[in-house]
Design a protein around this ligand. Structure first.
Ligand code: ADP
Length: 394
């Protein structure tokens, strides 16, 4: 393989001679000149007298003109003259009449000069093409650099725009969320303040109860937003441990509002043996968020199925919570786990929400190296299935 590669490289280099000589190192250039002089001198010696005009010295002329341009031409004409003279004096004297030698020398000199000038012109033309090519390359690089910078600016602008849109959405959601409990709280307190004495004890207790509920709603909302801002900044590290999934779910269900819970028929199908490797706090929060959504969006008197399966003890645990609510339209499913995303049908509705619950779920599940996704046909009544993959306990 290596041998083949080397052959290809050599073939390429030979096929691009003399253009690949444009950037030879100084050492290689001098070697080439020395080699061409060697060949030229051996040529005169062996081919004399037929090449008595020094025709074989064209080789160093061509090489030096190509490598060193007009400077090369001058020096090599001078050196060729000396080489020719010395050869004649010391080796070839008497092998040719003096007259023929002088004529051959003049013809050789004039031909070398002509040939050298042509090669120098050629080299100058190639140099110009090279310079133009380099300028074009530099211009193209500059154009690409500017394009890249423009793209970076557009990207930064786009990101800024998205952040602003998110902030607007956040403010809109939160103010929408705040309005209802604040109105109820204010209304109840105002009624108690204005007409407290005229109201009987039952009514007073009722309004106080409403005020307290709204206050609890406000606290829950603030907690929710705080949770989300914490997670937006930096997802906390999970402190995972082996957890019995069924026991944890039973705990979560026991701590949910029993009033909400009795509205639904909960079917829990989880084997006692299933153990997951998860952060109990994170997992509780994820399950609480999913149940709180069910209470908000799924009509009562319907069934909620909670099931977990595991193919073998080393496989991921698959947990799903299936409701019989309005479902989630397929087109909106890809965004449902993003920040501040609420379904279009709920944006104008009376059900309150910040669009942060599922985002928090996703961040927490991923912090535990799990996965969460939604499966829903989007058809009302067919419901939504929130699916989780959790690590098995080691
Ligand atoms: P929030 O409930 O605060 O609006 P979430 O991130 O928890 O935010 O949910 C995002 C949106 O997904 C909700 O606004 C709602 O439109 C939709 N959704 C969530 N859970 C369900 C569900 N079980 N059934 C139908 N729609 C749901």
């Amino acid at each position: 393989m290596k041998y083949l590669e080397r052959c290809h490289l050599l073939r390429y280099r030979l096929s691009t001679v003399p253009l690949n000589w444009l950037n030879l190192s100084r050492g290689s250039q001098l070697l080439l000149i020395a080699f061409s002089y060697g060949l030229g001198i051996v040529g005169i010696w062996l081919l004399f007298p037929p090449t008595h005009n020094g025709a074989s010295m064209f080789l160093p002329i061509v090489t030096s003109c190509w490598l060193f341009r007009y400077r090369g031409l001058l020096i090599s004409l001078f050196l060729n003259g000396i080489a020719f003279q010395l050869m004649y004096i010391f080796l070839l004297r008497g092998m040719l009449p003096d007259q023929a030698f002088v004529e051959g020398g003049i013809v050789g000199f004039v031909t070398s000069l002509g040939l050298g000038i042509i090669i120098c012109w050629l080299r100058a033309a190639v140099d110009q093409v090279q310079v133009a090519r380099q300028q074009a390359l530099a211009a193209e690089q500059e154009r690409l650099r500017i394009l890249l910078k423009e793209q970076q600016i557009t990207l930064a602008y786009e990101q800024q725009r998205k952040i602003n849109a998110l902030k607007d959405q956040f403010l809109l959601n939160v103010s929408h969320e705040l309005r209802t409990p604040l109105t109820v709280l204010g209304g109840s307190l105002e009624l108690l303040y204005e007409f407290g004495e005229q109201l009987d004890a039952m009514k007073r207790a009722h309004f106080l109860q409403k005020a307290l509920e709204s206050q609890a709603d406000l606290v829950a909302l603030v907690d929710h937003v705080l949770d989300a801002t914490e997670i937006v900044g930096d997802v906390p590290g999970a402190h995972s441990e082996a957890i019995n999934l069924k026991h944890l779910l039973q705990q979560v269900l026991a701590h949910l509002s029993q009033q909400d819970l009795t509205n639904y028929t909960i079917c829990l199908q989880i084997s006692e043996q299933i153990m997951v490797w998860a952060d109990p706090q994170f997992l509780r929060q994820v399950l609480r968020n999913l149940f709180s959504n069910i209470f908000k969006y799924v009509p009562g008197q319907t069934e909620v199925h909670i099931e977990a399966t595991q193919v073998d003890p080393s496989a991921m645990v698959y947990l799903h919570i299936q409701d019989a609510g309005p479902g989630i339209p397929v087109a909106e499913q890809p965004m449902i786990f993003e920040r501040f995303v609420r379904l279009k049908r709920d944006l104008g509705g009376s059900t309150r929400g910040t669009g942060l619950g599922l985002y928090i779920c996703k961040q927490l599940v991923e912090a535990m190296k799990g996965r969460i996704w939604i499966e829903s046909s989007g058809r009302p009544g067919e419901g939504s299935r929130f699916c989780l993959n959790l690590l098995p306990a080691k």
